[in-house]
Write a protein that binds this ligand. Structure first.
Ligand SMILES: [Zn+2]
Length: 80
């Protein structure tokens, strides 16, 4: 299920279009993905993470990967 995240991120590095941050979780496989997509030109980047279904560790890994994908988008470095 695609979920729109409210965190503000910078505009698209290619067309300066408005960009959205989404999260997706697959509760069967216990993994998820962060996706940043430009509304204008539709380029996107994805970063996968593993989440703890028991939430014992909270959303630590999810939040770490969230910070990482935002950093990549805003620094305009891809393919890492
Ligand atoms: Zn764009």
């Amino acid at each position: 299920m695609l979920h729109l995240d409210e965190t503000e991120i910078k505009t698209c590095p290619l067309c300066v279009g408005f960009s959205h941050l989404y999260s997706v979780e697959n509760s069967t496989a216990w993994n998820g993905e962060w996706i940043i997509k430009c509304v204008e030109c539709e380029i996107e980047i994805r970063r996968a993470y593993v989440f703890d279904p028991t939430r014992k560790t909270g959303d630590r890994e999810k939040n770490r990967v969230k910070r990482e994908i935002i950093r990549v988008w805003e620094k305009r470095v891809y393919g890492t």
